[in-house]
Each structure stands twice: as structure tokens, then as C-alpha cells.
Design a protein around this ligand. Structure first.
Ligand SMILES: Cc1ncc(COP(=O)(O)O)c(C=O)c1O
Length: 363
């Protein structure tokens, strides 16, 4: 696709080229029905086929066991910051939950949950500006906690959980917004995971929730009808008009991922892509990674220039070379390369080359 840059934006992020082309090709006339996919009923047979195909592909790609349900919920990931406590905090009468505070979104999720119950935020890496994943001593969890919550990949700080905490009988909930389907994980370790689409799965505005069936049915009475996970499961996420375009695009992304060899293959490719950039950072004093190396993300690579005064030139020259949206988040500064599934290896090679070239040009 000519004229397109390598887009390192954190999200909404670049989507696979073949997906964009297919969406463009069939936009005006979906499957010869004479109307666009965004002009047909969410209850029509053509659209139901999209929903069912998306369900089947997600189940296959994420290896979701039979006793879990897949939901599509409005409002992106932050809406789930409310929906998770609304649906789960009352699982046990103490209305307690533990939130590991590993970054900005984890912090927002914990704050939202505190509206509904007593939240333990003692596991935190705030003291080191979230440059690492906090320790998570499972034996300190209150036995009457309704759930424990982590953010599996911290988009802003460029860290990820490599090993997920063992919370025993307490259901573990994960915000996987910036990494779902980028690496394999064992769903059985989790009570629920959720992700908004706009990193690895599609456009913004919709979230996928995968939840163990026995966790449905605990919602607080004040839970809005459209955020009630059990009602959502019973109505196949079609209680009202779903974001049909987002779901359609997600289905195309899932088909693309299947054709690329699935999650095991993309995981390897993602590790190789991240290594290209971390190698440049580690082999030079010119760049400094911001994340504690053992906790480095494979999705968001965060770094500073040793001389911060050069950052403006770095970002401008990168932009001129077709390397787009590398500015770091204001909480960290510096640069951030978001390299989700759709970023090709060639994009990371181009950035690694540019970084070496920029360093040499300033020697
Ligand atoms: C880990 C994580 N959680 C939550 C969000 C918020 O997502 P949304 O904008 O879909 O509410 C983001 C957005 O970047 C994120 O990276």
C-alpha cells in the first residue's frame, strides 16, 4: 500500500495491510448483497455469521476452554474498569479486591473499582515510576477477596508480566488491552481477561471480555444493563446495536492472524521484532531503555536519548523517514515504539537502522 508509513503509535494502532485492503474492497458492497457491512442489521444472517466466525477464531487463537464465554462490550477497556467490579466485586460478601498497580491504566482501574468495594493496592511499582512489574506475594492476598487484577502489558511504561501471579482460588482478572493475541497464555489461569480492540484486534470503541462461566451472575443491582456480563452472555452481546464495523474488522484481523500461523507464530515474530530494538538500545550509551530489562514489553519499547535535547530532532528525522508516532507518553518522556502484531519485521528493521544512523550522525 503506497504512501503508508510504519506507524509506531500506541493505539489506535496500525492494522495489517491485507485487512485494510479487504475492508476497502468490500466496503460498498459486502458479499454482493448490495450494501455495506455497516448498513446491514446486527441481527441479519450475514452479520451473525461475522459474530460467530469471530467467536470461533478467538476461541481457536487464544485457546479458550469450553467453560469460558466471549463477550463484546461497548466502550473500550476503560468501560471494563467499571464493568469488572460491577460484575465481580460482590462474588464474596466482603466486596474486596486486590489491584496490582503497575502503571497508569492499572491505577485508573483500581480507582474506579474503589467506588464499589475495598481495594488493596499495596502491590505497586509507583515508587520507581512503573519501570518494572511489582512483586506479587500471593500469600498476602485476603482470602475473602472477590478477585485480583493485573494489567498484563503496560502500554505507557513498556513493561509486561512474564509470569502471571498464582492467586489460588481467587480469580485473576487481566487487562490485556495492549497484548491480547500477541503471545500465548493459559486462559485457565484467569477468571477473566479483557482488551479493547485498538492495539492488536481492530479499531477503537469495543472490548472483548473472556470470562469463566461460573463468574457470571454476581453483578451488583445497580449494574447498567449493557454492562451486565451475564445478560451480555445470554444475548450473545447483541442486547442492543453492537459496533458492527469494529466487530467486522476484528474478524478480518483474526483471519489474518490465523493465516499468519496463529499466536505461536506471531509470538516468535514479536520477540524477534522487540529484540531488534532492544539490541540497539543495549549496545549503545546513546539510548537508554526505561524499563527494567527482565520486565520489558514486546509490544511497547520505551527509551530515552541520553541527551534529551536531541529528542526533537530524533522524532522529526524519524518522521521524515516514514517512521511515524514515536513520541513517548508524557508520563515517561523520550520515545516509544509500539510494535503490535501488525507491525512487520521490516518496520522494526527500519527503525533499528534509523536509530543507528541517527546515533552515528551525532557522533
Ligand atoms: C493497558 C490499557 N488498558 C486500558 C486502556 C484504555 O483503553 P480504552 O481507550 O479502550 O478505554 C489502554 C489504552 O491505551 C491500555 O493500554
Amino acid at each position: 500500500m503506497s504512501g503508508r508509513v510504519y506507524n509506531f503509535g500506541a493505539g489506535p494502532a496500525m492494522l495489517p495491510g491485507p485487512v485494510m485492503e479487504q475492508a476497502q474492497r468490500e466496503f460498498l458492497n459486502y458479499r454482493d448483497i448490495g450494501a455495506s457491512v455497516i448498513e446491514i442489521s446486527h441481527r441479519s444472517a450475514d452479520f451473525m455469521e461475522i459474530v460467530e466466525t469471530a467467536d470461533a477464531l478467538l476461541a481457536e487463537l487464544a485457546e479458550i476452554p469450553e467453560n469460558y464465554r466471549i463477550l463484546y462490550v461497548h466502550g473500550g477497556a476503560q468501560m471494563q474498569f467499571s464493568a469488572i467490579p460491577l460484575n465481580l466485586i460482590q462474588r464474596l460478601p466482603a466486596r474486596r479486591a486486590a489491584y496490582a498497580v503497575s502503571g497508569n491504566f492499572a491505577n485508573l482501574a483500581a480507582k474506579e473499582a474503589a467506588r464499589y468495594g475495598e481495594i488493596d493496592t499495596s502491590r505497586s511499582s509507583a515508587a520507581s515510576n512503573f519501570d518494572r512489574i511489582p512483586e506479587f506475594p500471593a500469600d498476602g492476598l485476603a482470602p475473602d477477596a472477590s478477585y485480583a487484577h493485573i494489567t498484563s502489558n503496560n502500554t505507557i511504561y513498556g513493561t509486561r508480566w512474564n509470569d502471571f501471579p498464582d492467586t489460588g482460588a481467587i480469580p485473576l482478572v487481566a487487562d490485556m488491552t495492549s497484548e491480547l493475541l500477541s503471545r500465548r497464555f493459559d486462559m485457565n489461569r484467569f477468571g477473566a481477561v479483557f482488551a479493547s480492540l485498538q492495539k492488536n484486534l481492530g479499531p477503537s470503541g469495543l472490548a472483548v471480555v473472556i470470562i469463566r462461566e461460573d463468574l457470571l451472575g454476581h453483578a451488583l443491582p445497580e449494574t447498567p444493563a449493557l454492562l451486565n456480563y451475564r445478560a451480555c452472555a445470554e444475548k450473545h452481546s447483541l442486547a442492543n446495536t453492537i459496533n458492527t464495523f469494529a466487530l467486522y474488522l476484528m474478524k478480518l484481523v483474526l483471519e489474518w492472524l490465523r493465516d499468519e500461523g496463529g499466536v505461536a507464530a506471531i509470538e516468535q515474530r514479536n520477540a524477534a521484532k522487540a529484540a531488534l530494538l532492544y539490541d540497539v538500545i543495549d549496545q549503545s550509551d546513546f539510548y537508554r531503555g526505561t524499563a527494567h530489562p527482565p520486565h520489558r514489553s514486546h509490544m511497547n519499547v520505551t527509551f530515552h536519548l541520553a541527551d534529551d535535547a536531541r529528542l526533537g530532532d530524533f522524532l522529526r528525522e524519524a518522521g521524515d523517514s516514514g517512521l511515524y508516532a514515536l513520541k513517548g507518553h508524557r508520563n515517561v518522556g523520550g520515545a516509544r515504539a509500539s510494535i503490535y502484531n501488525a507491525m512487520p519485521v521490516a518496520g522494526c528493521e527500519a527503525l533499528a537502522d534509523f536509530m543507528e544512523h541517527f546515533e552515528r550522525s551525532r557522533a
